[in-house]
Design a protein around this ligand. Structure first.
Ligand SMILES: *Cc1c(COP(=O)(O)O)cnc(C)c1O
Length: 243
């Protein structure tokens, strides 16, 4: 028999070693900015990447995964739940724009939703959350004047949306999420996050369940950690460029 190159194991090492690299960069940034060790969680954004890549990141310790597209995510979640190699301790986070005809699928398959930006969607998720599952963890997505993005509630309206969500019994209000306009400068990145961090601190006084500031992606997570991020969402720097 001729030996074929083992593509699978080289792919394993790059996803897994990228994941470990980001974990150690998070540790370094926690120290640099005086954050508690372990206070920043890493969400591996696996959108457009297959179940095999999820397994590779899982092998390196990843347990939190983020997805943007409902049908792609449902297929992947089902595949990874199949015996004999079922991965049973993954938390799935929905982080993409939400159409109202997709809320039932999201409420049934995910543990978290980071992209709630209107009450109608929150109400549907609440009504459709299956009774045998715990309350669905929710972050309100805020639009930090990112002209490119139509997603997110205005900063000035975020507190009111949080107040409504806090009354819905099948949802657990956990925090705020934002995607600022891309920019390269560290200080400008920090400045963009600041109004959100201030609102987060204020809302935490009101809602004891609020513990998650979901900010920071591949190009701005240092700045996000400096501004108090508790969950960074990394795709490209773990899985490589999306095709
Ligand atoms: C795709 C995506 C990410 C990951 O972005 P990268 O730049 O690939 O790290 C994070 N958050 C959201 C909401 C996304 O849609």
């Amino acid at each position: 028999m001729t030996q074929t190159p083992d593509v699978r194991s080289s792919a394993t090492s790059s996803t897994a070693s990228n994941y470990r690299d980001i974990v150690s960069r998070i540790k370094a940034q926690e120290q640099r900015f005086g954050r508690d060790a372990g206070s920043v969680l890493l969400l591996a954004v696996s959108k457009t990447h297959g179940a095999d890549k999820v397994r590779e990141a899982y092998a390196a310790g990843a347990r939190q995964f983020g997805e943007n597209y409902v049908q792609e995510a449902l297929d992947k979640i089902a595949l990874l739940a199949q015996p004999p190699d079922a991965l049973t301790d993954i938390s799935w986070h929905f982080i993409g724009p939400i159409q109202s005809n997709k809320t039932r699928d999201i409420a049934g398959a995910f543990d978290w939703v980071h992209s709630v930006d209107r009450l109608k969607i929150a109400q549907r998720l609440n009504d459709q959350r299956p009774a045998d599952l715990p309350a669905l963890n929710i972050c309100v997505q805020v639009n930090l004047s990112n002209e490119d993005s139509k997603s997110g509630v205005a900063l000035s309206e975020a507190a009111a949306l949080c107040a409504s969500i806090a009354t819905l019994p099948r949802l657990q209000l956990r925090g705020l999420m934002a995607i600022p306009a891309p920019c390269r400068d560290h200080d400008q990145q920090r400045a963009a996050f600041q109004p959100l961090a201030a609102l987060f601190a204020q809302l935490q006084q009101q809602y004891p369940t609020m513990d998650t500031l979901s900010i920071g992606m591949s190009d701005d997570f240092d700045a996000a950690i400096a501004e108090g991020s508790t969950m960074i969402r990394i795709g490209t720097a773990i899985f490589g460029a999306r095709g």
